[in-house]
Design a protein around this ligand. Structure first.
Ligand code: G3H
Ligand code: 13P
Ligand code: ZN
Length: 347
């Protein structure tokens, strides 16, 4: 099957009451790991490329690698999504290359750091919807701002900051004004491996991140058909961090989002769950272990092979936990032309 519009994948997930993982990729091995997991669990999947990824690998390389994944896995619905598009220009480039879904992150300015005004967010999001929907391409936008400055973007808010969490009333207004297909909400998650930002004042121990899951429930009450997106949803498993630290890494005080919290979100309208850090941790641990145990190795395939296998394992677990496993064959895939009709733009 060809690439599928993300909107269909999310509509079907809503019907089935499950969530779909959106996994970040930068190279061939990550794409292969995700597809191995999707194929073994028979899960629909969203493969996404951030601006950082596009800079690292160049859009056209990633596009063609994802296209190879599509040809290699004809039975799996795959959406190719631009993650955290910062401007209309970036979105246009992704559309020209054949992405079936784009995110315009108008919650921040084009620098990817400064929080935007509500009006500016609405304006740029509407511009992207006007550009994408006539082509059958899905649009994700964001209301509220995530914490964390890892990965070179984000507003630089301290993880755990509640200042820019999504206001459900504003989310409702934004969703209705813009007509987006998926809405990223800020409920206390942040990008990267250090999501807590809180320590026990007495013991100094890192505490779990404070999440405002009740905001998701409130948005779902107001907008039962809105597909919500949780960014910063890596669970940062301690066992993966332990492998890194055991083999020479230094990652103290990490904390992720407990899977049960994501599952609670899925019960209340979260349909797309963004995961990048868990894949990074799995691959880094596997590479460190290989080099520590076999210091004579220098063939890239010797270290990429266990890294790819470790990534596949963590992705597989998430597909099962989000409930997407077994749903790949539930529906006939739509083309972008079919999707145009849904949006009201017949060919
Ligand atoms: O959106 C967050 C992802 O972790 C992407 O990170 O910008 O370093 O590729 P990146
Ligand atoms: P993590 O850093 O938690 O994996 O989040 C990734 C993300 O939100 C990509 O958009
Ligand atoms: Zn994100």
């Amino acid at each position: 099957m060809p690439l599928v519009p993300m909107r269909q994948i999310l509509d079907e997930a809503a019907k089935g009451g499950y969530g779909v993982g959106a996994f970040n990729v930068n190279n061939m091995e990550q794409i292969q790991a995700i597809m191995q997991a999707a194929s073994e669990t028979q899960s629909p999947v969203i493969i996404q490329a951030s601006r950082g990824a596009l800079k690292y690998s160049k859009m056209i390389y990633l596009r063609n690698l994802i296209q190879a994944a599509v040809e290699d896995n004809p039975g799996i619905p795959i959406a190719m999504h631009l993650d955290h598009g910062n401007s209309v220009e970036t979105v246009k480039q992704a559309i020209a290359l054949g992405f079936t879904s784009v995110m315009i992150d108008g919650s921040l300015g084009e620098d990817g750091k400064t929080p935007n005004t509500y009006a500016a967010n609405v304006a740029v999001t509407k511009e992207v919807v006007a550009l994408a929907h006539p082509l059958g391409i899905s649009v994700e936008a964001e209301i509220g701002v995530l914490g964390g400055i890892e990965d070179g973007h984000g507003a630089g808010l301290a993880a755990g900051s509640t200042e820019h969490l999504t206001d459900p009333e504003q989310a409702e207004e934004f969703y209705k004004q813009t007509g987006v297909d998926a809405l990223a909400v800020a409920v206390g998650t942040s990008h990267g491996a250090y999501k807590s930002g809180r320590r026990d004042p007495v013991t100094g121990q890192v505490l779990p991140p404070a999440l405002a899951m009740e905001r998701i429930e409130e948005i779902h009450r107001r907008l039962p058909n809105c597909h919500m997106v949780m960014h910063g949803s890596s669970s940062v498993p301690q066992e993966l961090v332990d492998i890194i630290n055991q083999y020479g890494g230094k990652m103290p005080g990490t904390f992720g989002i407990p899977v049960e919290q994501i599952q609670r979100g899925i019960k209340h309208g979260v349909r797309k769950i963004n995961v990048d850090t868990d894949i990074r941790l799995a691959m880094t641990g596997a590479v460190r272990k290989l080099f520590a145990e076999k210091p004579d190795k220098f063939d890239m395939r010797d270290w990429m092979t266990p890294a790819r296998a470790a990534a596949a394992e963590v992705v597989k677990a998430r597909m099962q936990q989000f409930g997407a496993a077994g749903h790949a064959g539930d529906y006939a895939p739509m083309t972008l032309d079919d999707m145009k009709k849904v949006y009201g733009f017949a060919r």
